[in-house]
Design a protein around this ligand. Structure first.
Ligand code: SAH
Length: 235
Protein backbone atom coordinates (compact mmCIF):
# COMPACT_ATOMS: atom_id res chain seq x y z
CA UNK A 1 0.00 0.00 0.00
CA UNK A 2 1.24 3.46 -0.91
CA UNK A 3 -0.73 5.61 1.50
CA UNK A 4 -1.47 4.52 5.07
CA UNK A 5 -3.39 6.71 7.50
CA UNK A 6 -3.59 6.15 11.23
CA UNK A 7 -6.39 7.79 13.22
CA UNK A 8 -5.48 8.08 16.90
CA UNK A 9 -7.49 9.69 19.71
CA UNK A 10 -4.85 10.68 22.26
CA UNK A 11 -1.45 12.34 21.88
CA UNK A 12 -0.08 10.01 24.58
CA UNK A 13 -1.16 6.97 22.54
CA UNK A 14 0.52 8.32 19.39
CA UNK A 15 3.70 9.78 20.91
CA UNK A 16 5.93 6.64 20.90
CA UNK A 17 4.84 6.07 17.32
CA UNK A 18 5.47 9.70 16.31
CA UNK A 19 8.93 9.56 17.89
CA UNK A 20 9.76 6.23 16.27
CA UNK A 21 9.03 7.40 12.73
CA UNK A 22 10.00 11.05 13.10
CA UNK A 23 6.69 12.07 11.55
CA UNK A 24 6.39 15.84 11.59
CA UNK A 25 3.31 17.94 12.09
CA UNK A 26 1.87 19.71 9.06
CA UNK A 27 0.60 22.81 10.88
CA UNK A 28 -3.04 23.83 10.42
CA UNK A 29 -3.57 21.21 7.70
CA UNK A 30 -7.15 20.56 8.81
CA UNK A 31 -7.96 24.08 10.13
CA UNK A 32 -10.48 25.02 11.43
CA UNK A 33 -11.04 21.39 12.50
CA UNK A 34 -9.19 20.36 15.67
CA UNK A 35 -7.58 17.25 14.17
CA UNK A 36 -3.85 17.30 13.53
CA UNK A 37 -1.78 15.76 10.73
CA UNK A 38 1.68 14.23 11.14
CA UNK A 39 3.32 12.90 7.98
CA UNK A 40 6.49 11.25 6.74
CA UNK A 41 7.51 9.64 3.47
CA UNK A 42 8.82 6.09 4.00
CA UNK A 43 10.55 4.06 1.28
CA UNK A 44 7.39 2.55 -0.19
CA UNK A 45 4.65 4.40 1.61
CA UNK A 46 3.38 7.78 2.77
CA UNK A 47 2.68 7.46 6.49
CA UNK A 48 -0.03 9.78 7.82
CA UNK A 49 -0.94 10.00 11.50
CA UNK A 50 -4.10 11.97 12.22
CA UNK A 51 -4.87 12.86 15.83
CA UNK A 52 -8.36 13.85 16.90
CA UNK A 53 -6.95 17.04 18.45
CA UNK A 54 -7.98 18.93 21.55
CA UNK A 55 -10.85 20.98 22.97
CA UNK A 56 -11.27 22.42 26.49
CA UNK A 57 -7.59 21.66 27.13
CA UNK A 58 -7.74 17.88 26.72
CA UNK A 59 -7.53 15.32 23.93
CA UNK A 60 -10.78 14.75 22.07
CA UNK A 61 -11.58 11.12 22.82
CA UNK A 62 -14.87 9.68 21.64
CA UNK A 63 -16.99 9.11 18.57
CA UNK A 64 -17.76 12.64 17.39
CA UNK A 65 -14.13 13.73 17.14
CA UNK A 66 -13.12 10.38 15.65
CA UNK A 67 -15.79 10.72 12.94
CA UNK A 68 -14.64 14.24 12.06
CA UNK A 69 -10.98 13.20 11.95
CA UNK A 70 -11.70 10.13 9.83
CA UNK A 71 -13.84 12.02 7.35
CA UNK A 72 -11.30 14.83 7.02
CA UNK A 73 -8.48 12.30 6.62
CA UNK A 74 -10.26 10.38 3.88
CA UNK A 75 -11.32 13.46 1.94
CA UNK A 76 -7.98 15.27 2.15
CA UNK A 77 -5.46 12.40 2.12
CA UNK A 78 -7.17 9.65 0.06
CA UNK A 79 -5.56 6.79 2.04
CA UNK A 80 -5.55 3.17 0.86
CA UNK A 81 -6.44 2.15 4.42
CA UNK A 82 -7.43 3.78 7.72
CA UNK A 83 -5.86 2.19 10.80
CA UNK A 84 -7.47 3.11 14.12
CA UNK A 85 -4.79 2.43 16.67
CA UNK A 86 -5.01 3.05 20.39
CA UNK A 87 -5.89 1.60 23.75
CA UNK A 88 -8.91 -0.32 24.97
CA UNK A 89 -10.45 -2.19 27.84
CA UNK A 90 -10.76 -5.98 27.62
CA UNK A 91 -11.96 -8.92 29.71
CA UNK A 92 -9.78 -11.26 31.71
CA UNK A 93 -12.61 -13.80 31.42
CA UNK A 94 -11.69 -13.95 27.69
CA UNK A 95 -8.03 -14.51 28.52
CA UNK A 96 -6.95 -10.90 27.87
CA UNK A 97 -4.10 -9.32 29.83
CA UNK A 98 -2.88 -5.74 30.26
CA UNK A 99 -0.53 -4.83 27.39
CA UNK A 100 -1.88 -7.45 24.97
CA UNK A 101 -2.14 -6.24 21.37
CA UNK A 102 -5.25 -7.17 19.41
CA UNK A 103 -6.31 -6.82 15.79
CA UNK A 104 -10.05 -6.17 15.43
CA UNK A 105 -11.97 -8.78 13.48
CA UNK A 106 -15.35 -7.02 13.83
CA UNK A 107 -16.68 -3.70 15.16
CA UNK A 108 -19.95 -2.41 16.62
CA UNK A 109 -21.46 0.06 19.12
CA UNK A 110 -22.43 -1.14 22.60
CA UNK A 111 -24.28 1.90 23.97
CA UNK A 112 -26.87 2.74 21.32
CA UNK A 113 -30.09 1.32 22.69
CA UNK A 114 -32.74 2.03 20.09
CA UNK A 115 -35.99 0.09 20.43
CA UNK A 116 -37.77 -0.96 17.28
CA UNK A 117 -37.75 -3.46 14.50
CA UNK A 118 -34.69 -5.28 13.25
CA UNK A 119 -33.69 -2.43 10.94
CA UNK A 120 -33.39 0.13 13.75
CA UNK A 121 -31.63 -2.30 16.04
CA UNK A 122 -29.23 -3.28 13.29
CA UNK A 123 -28.38 0.33 12.56
CA UNK A 124 -27.83 1.10 16.25
CA UNK A 125 -25.31 -1.71 16.69
CA UNK A 126 -23.52 -0.84 13.44
CA UNK A 127 -21.50 -4.00 12.79
CA UNK A 128 -19.46 -2.35 10.05
CA UNK A 129 -17.04 -4.25 7.81
CA UNK A 130 -13.36 -4.42 8.75
CA UNK A 131 -10.38 -4.84 6.42
CA UNK A 132 -10.56 -8.23 4.73
CA UNK A 133 -6.92 -8.95 5.54
CA UNK A 134 -7.29 -8.41 9.30
CA UNK A 135 -7.35 -12.08 10.33
CA UNK A 136 -4.36 -12.90 8.14
CA UNK A 137 -2.36 -9.98 9.57
CA UNK A 138 -3.08 -11.15 13.12
CA UNK A 139 -2.11 -14.73 12.30
CA UNK A 140 1.02 -13.80 10.33
CA UNK A 141 2.28 -11.28 12.91
CA UNK A 142 1.17 -13.16 16.04
CA UNK A 143 -1.45 -10.79 17.43
CA UNK A 144 -4.67 -11.78 19.15
CA UNK A 145 -7.99 -11.19 17.40
CA UNK A 146 -11.06 -9.62 18.99
CA UNK A 147 -14.33 -7.83 18.35
CA UNK A 148 -14.16 -4.10 19.04
CA UNK A 149 -17.19 -2.52 20.72
CA UNK A 150 -17.47 1.23 21.06
CA UNK A 151 -19.35 3.55 23.39
CA UNK A 152 -19.13 7.15 24.53
CA UNK A 153 -18.00 6.44 28.10
CA UNK A 154 -14.89 5.09 29.80
CA UNK A 155 -16.93 3.39 32.51
CA UNK A 156 -19.19 0.41 31.82
CA UNK A 157 -22.83 0.38 32.89
CA UNK A 158 -24.71 -2.94 33.30
CA UNK A 159 -26.66 -2.24 30.07
CA UNK A 160 -23.35 -1.83 28.20
CA UNK A 161 -22.06 -5.13 29.56
CA UNK A 162 -25.29 -6.86 28.56
CA UNK A 163 -24.97 -5.74 24.92
CA UNK A 164 -21.23 -6.56 24.87
CA UNK A 165 -21.90 -10.07 26.17
CA UNK A 166 -24.89 -10.71 23.88
CA UNK A 167 -22.71 -9.77 20.89
CA UNK A 168 -19.47 -11.42 22.04
CA UNK A 169 -17.59 -8.11 22.27
CA UNK A 170 -14.01 -8.32 23.51
CA UNK A 171 -12.32 -4.91 23.17
CA UNK A 172 -14.06 -1.87 24.66
CA UNK A 173 -13.09 1.52 23.25
CA UNK A 174 -14.55 4.97 22.51
CA UNK A 175 -13.78 5.49 18.80
CA UNK A 176 -13.59 2.27 16.76
CA UNK A 177 -17.16 1.99 15.48
CA UNK A 178 -17.30 5.70 14.63
CA UNK A 179 -14.15 5.37 12.52
CA UNK A 180 -15.59 2.27 10.85
CA UNK A 181 -18.90 4.01 10.19
CA UNK A 182 -17.19 6.77 8.21
CA UNK A 183 -14.95 4.27 6.41
CA UNK A 184 -18.04 2.29 5.40
CA UNK A 185 -19.53 5.40 3.77
CA UNK A 186 -16.41 5.93 1.63
CA UNK A 187 -15.67 2.21 1.08
CA UNK A 188 -12.21 2.67 2.62
CA UNK A 189 -10.87 -0.42 4.44
CA UNK A 190 -10.42 -0.02 8.20
CA UNK A 191 -8.08 -1.95 10.47
CA UNK A 192 -7.97 -1.84 14.28
CA UNK A 193 -4.79 -2.21 16.34
CA UNK A 194 -5.60 -1.96 20.04
CA UNK A 195 -3.54 -2.49 23.17
CA UNK A 196 -5.17 -3.27 26.52
CA UNK A 197 -4.82 -0.64 29.28
CA UNK A 198 -7.46 -2.03 31.61
CA UNK A 199 -9.57 -5.09 32.31
CA UNK A 200 -13.29 -4.33 32.56
CA UNK A 201 -13.83 -7.33 34.86
CA UNK A 202 -10.76 -6.87 37.10
CA UNK A 203 -12.67 -5.05 39.84
CA UNK A 204 -10.15 -2.17 39.64
CA UNK A 205 -11.25 1.41 39.10
CA UNK A 206 -11.04 1.81 35.31
CA UNK A 207 -9.56 5.31 35.10
CA UNK A 208 -6.87 4.49 37.65
CA UNK A 209 -5.97 1.24 35.85
CA UNK A 210 -6.06 2.98 32.45
CA UNK A 211 -3.79 5.81 33.64
CA UNK A 212 -1.29 3.43 35.24
CA UNK A 213 -0.91 1.38 32.03
CA UNK A 214 -1.29 4.05 29.33
CA UNK A 215 2.43 4.58 28.65
CA UNK A 216 3.21 0.86 28.50
CA UNK A 217 0.22 0.07 26.28
CA UNK A 218 1.03 2.98 23.97
CA UNK A 219 4.56 1.61 23.55
CA UNK A 220 3.11 -1.84 22.77
CA UNK A 221 0.73 -0.47 20.18
CA UNK A 222 3.54 1.58 18.61
CA UNK A 223 5.65 -1.58 18.20
CA UNK A 224 2.65 -3.37 16.67
CA UNK A 225 1.93 -0.47 14.33
CA UNK A 226 5.49 -0.66 12.98
CA UNK A 227 5.10 -4.37 12.21
CA UNK A 228 1.80 -3.76 10.43
CA UNK A 229 3.28 -0.89 8.39
CA UNK A 230 6.13 -3.12 7.20
CA UNK A 231 3.62 -5.84 6.36
CA UNK A 232 1.24 -3.56 4.43
CA UNK A 233 4.01 -1.61 2.67
CA UNK A 234 5.23 -4.85 1.12
CA UNK A 235 1.73 -5.86 -0.02
N1 SAH B 1 -9.45 11.06 31.15
C1 SAH B 1 -8.64 10.19 30.37
C2 SAH B 1 -9.32 10.00 29.05
C3 SAH B 1 -9.12 8.69 28.44
S1 SAH B 1 -10.56 8.05 27.72
C4 SAH B 1 -7.24 10.75 30.33
O1 SAH B 1 -7.06 11.90 30.69
O2 SAH B 1 -6.29 10.06 29.95
C5 SAH B 1 -9.97 6.48 27.23
C6 SAH B 1 -9.36 6.37 25.87
O3 SAH B 1 -8.74 5.10 25.80
C7 SAH B 1 -10.36 6.40 24.74
O4 SAH B 1 -9.80 7.00 23.60
C8 SAH B 1 -10.71 4.92 24.52
O5 SAH B 1 -10.79 4.57 23.15
C9 SAH B 1 -9.59 4.13 25.18
N2 SAH B 1 -9.98 3.20 26.26
C10 SAH B 1 -9.09 2.54 27.04
N3 SAH B 1 -9.72 1.75 27.93
C11 SAH B 1 -11.06 1.90 27.72
C12 SAH B 1 -12.23 1.34 28.33
N4 SAH B 1 -12.15 0.47 29.34
N5 SAH B 1 -13.44 1.73 27.88
C13 SAH B 1 -13.54 2.61 26.86
N6 SAH B 1 -12.47 3.17 26.24
C14 SAH B 1 -11.23 2.83 26.65
Amino acid sequence: MKNICFVVAMQAEAQPFIDRYGVTEVPDFFAPLPCKLYQVQLVHTTLNVVLNGQQHGSDLVGCEAASVATMAAIQRLHPDIIINSGTCGAFKSNGAAIGDVFIGNAVMFHDRRVPGDDAWGTQALGNYPVYAGAVKIANDLGFKLGKVTTGSSLDMQPCDLQIIQENHGELKDMEGAAVAFVCSLFSVPVLFIKSVTDLCDSGAETFEEFSRNLAMASQAVSDANAKVIDYLAEG
